[in-house]
Design a protein around this ligand. Sequence first.
Ligand code: SF4
Ligand code: SF4
Length: 364
Amino acid sequence: MFSVQNAKQADMCRFCWMCRHICPVAGATGSEGWGPRARGLMVSMIERGTEYDAEIADSIYHCTLCDACANDCVTGWKPADFIREARTLAVVNDIAPQSIMTQIENLSYYGNVYGLPLCEKLGEKIDALPKKADLLLYLGQSGRTVGSSVALNLMEILDKAGIVYTVLKDELPSGTFLNDLMGTTGDVQAAAAAVVSQIVNSGAKEIVALSPSDTVMFREYYGGWGLLENIKVSSATSFVAGLLAEKKLKVLPVELTASLQEPVKLTRGLEEENPLLEIVAALGINYIPLFLHGKFSRCVGNPIMECYDSSVAKRMVAVRCDDARRINSNVIITASPDDYYIMNKYADKDIRIVDIYDLINTNS
Ligand code: SF4
Ligand code: SF4
């Protein structure tokens, strides 16, 4: 049922239990059935004849594909690979949860899992930009909707630095969320081809992606498919860190003691920890690292989990707030529209959630 490679991966688990402590979903909920070890066991059991039913599919979707387990597992496995394949099988066999199917439909109709239109203020700002430019700012699903304030802050930063750029008003989804919802199918590659066509038509020679998930998609998946070969892809944080280093953007020191919620796709997916720290240093912030930071950063949920089971996303944020309290930190800086939206929505009142682009914009 599963590919030989993924079935083999699932069988590699040695039941050492180490990932039980590292999985942010299992840790936040206390559910043994929602950890990587359990999902691996489920895949092994399906391979040996257990029926793949809706209950197993529910566990398969209680994963944010954050790769913390892959980072830590002694066997060197990558659960995200067989989890994605399990999701393809769930959709094909009609046992995927209804909320997941709704998110897939929302992607087709609205271009985002939330089922929301482009933020009006953002639309007006995009209308005032050139239609073609060497640099394309790719805002992504949260940046265009629930995290539009983050996108607007970044655009103002680029304006202040004198950068000429364009944004696609009808920007199509990169396929990163479709890839997480239903695995790496032909539909994801078709979505990628449509986005590449938009990008080429924009005349861009470089893409700056606001969401780390999109940056990973462009670099790893599009790169693997031979797409975007002559177009440079940068994360927004590394691009802004470069502007600061080159003194194209100047910031005033901020009197702030704060911790960072490093986006897991940035530190683990792209291994880009330093640009974020460079920005924090440029702002003169008294930085207190959270427990599990850098490439071990703890995931606080993602848009799919937020739409599928918001109680889990809420619990994951509560765990991160506890991490901050333990080190007497009451400010957490986020660096992606996904994290800002989810943390700002669920963090307790004693913990202030601050968007890094807001800090830069306000102090430049
Ligand atoms: S850390 Fe790896 S080997 Fe250990 S229980 Fe988790 S998945 Fe299995
Ligand atoms: S990818 Fe993240 S959420 Fe999923 S099983 Fe691994 S640690 Fe848990």
